[in-house]
Design a protein around this ligand. Structure first.
Ligand code: NAD
Ligand code: IPM
Ligand code: MN
Length: 366
């Protein structure tokens, strides 16, 4: 299969881990006879430096014509002082909105080899397997009016949603629950927010169309607590934009590191943008120690969701698992008896395991 893939490395460690995803995809293409063509474009601080804007028109055009997009991360202290509408993060929000990527899927499933890398007790995280579905193009992130500061002393951030925006993400969540363990937790703040009360109504209405899925409503504060005290009680979580942002970083603790979490931002027709959940990690950027696995696993999600390449995606996931089983890990994972490696070495280990698998397959097939 011939696919055009846009690479948006962005800033900080985003630039360091993008190469990891690219070489892994090239190895998969080689093994399976696919042809992936990569086109790199600027976004975030990188784009501000080159074009004076965090989301150049040529980047938008390229993304609109692509089969899928991979993004590293954007932002960093270098751009902290730029005008609000020029912040690097505006580039990311802009591309999500322009492409209509309303559903952000954040799977949180730890690898067995990393059970002891989490600060949470092993017996608590043992059986956890959660899919967080975050609404991505509405809510506080896109509040109007956009002029939010009045004389410096009064501010406004607006949380608005339409019923239609709620319906499509809630449908997506029910559909996902249906092909998983058939349990949906809808997370809101309905004891305070009107938007949450409409959200609950929509969930109740939609529940009638999915009688095979059990539904529960949970307030976001209680959810934050339950995620780390009883994570195996969750299957699919659906929630609005900001709650989903916060809960997914929290849930990453179950896997041992924020650097492990992949994500897929999709719309109904399969077009998608794939990015790790973490940011540009200014504290470690430039040191060559960033964990590339969240990025590599995001590339696997791209193969699965945008290209329908299930086997290729699981080959990557198996290769990652093998590396971890062999004890390799980056510095963000708190592991006592492992082999600590940098970004490049970790990527090489994933490649070695991919290649080892293809060699053993070809021996079996002869
Ligand atoms: P962060 O996710 O960049 O980092 C939080 C902590 O996790 C840091 O200690 C960092 O070193 C560590 N970490 C994150 N990813 C890692 C990895 N792959 N390997 C090893 N360690 C990793 O969050 P932050 O520091 O709050 O934000 C920094 C910048 O990133 C901000 O400008 C923020 O807006 C931006 N950001 C961008 C995205 C994105 O582009 N998708 C996501 C989150 C934050
Ligand atoms: C994420 C990030 C972004 C978000 C920021 C950088 C705008 O934290 O992708 O989780 O909040 O959506
Ligand atoms: Mn976030």
């Amino acid at each position: 299969m011939n696919k055009q893939i846009i690479l948006l490395p962005g800033d900080g460690i985003g630039r360091e881990i993008m190469d990891s995803a690219k070489v892994v995809l090239q190895a998969v293409a080689h093994e399976y006879g696919h042809s992936f063509t990569f086109h790199q474009h600027a976004i975030g601080g990188d784009a501000i430096d080159q074009y004076g804007t965090p989301l150049p028109e040529e980047t938008i055009q390229a993304c609109q014509n692509a089969d899928a997009i991979l993004l590293g991360a954007v932002g960093g202290p270098k751009w902290d002082q730029v005008a609000v509408h020029l912040r690097p993060e505006r580039g990311l929000l802009g591309i999500r909105k322009t492409l209509g990527l309303f559903a952000n899927l954040r799977p949180v499933k730890g690898f067995q080899a990393l059970l002891h890398a989490s600060p949470i007790k092993e017996e608590i995280i043992q059986d956890s397997d959660i899919l967080i579905i975050r609404e991505l193009t509405g809510g506080l992130y896109f509040g109007q009016p956009s002029e939010r500061r009045d004389n410096g002393n009064a501010v406004v951030d607006t949380l608005s949603y339409t019923r239609e925006e709620m319906e499509r993400i809630i449908d997506k969540a029910f559909e996902s629950a249906r092909i998983r363990n058939k349990h949906l937790t809808s997370v809101d703040k309905a004891n305070v927010l009107e938007s949450s009360r409409l959200w609950r109504e929509v969930v109740e209405e939609k529940a009638k169309d999915y009688p095979d899925v059990t539904v529960e409503h949970m307030l976001v504060d209680a959810c934050a607590m339950k995620l780390i005290t009883n994570p195996s009680a969750f299957d699919v979580i659906v929630t609005e934009n900001l709650f989903g942002d916060i809960l997914s970083d929290e849930a990453s603790v179950l896997t041992g590191s924020l650097g492990m979490l992949p994500s897929a931002s999709v719309r109904s027709d399969g077009v998608g943008l794939y990015e790790p959940v973490h940011g540009t990690a200014p504290d470690i950027a430039g040191k060559g120690i960033a964990n590339p696995l969240g990025m590599i696993l995001s590339a696997a999600l791209m193969l699965r969701f945008s290209f329908g390449m299930e086997e290729e995606a699981s080959e990557i996931e198996k290769a990652v698992n093998e590396c971890l089983e062999q004890g390799y890990h980056t510095a963000d994972l708190r592991i006592k008896d492992g082999i600590q490696v940098g970004t490049k070495e970790m990527t090489d280990k994933v490649l070695e395991n991919l290649t080892a698998k293809s060699i053993s397959d070809s021996i079996c097939n002869t």
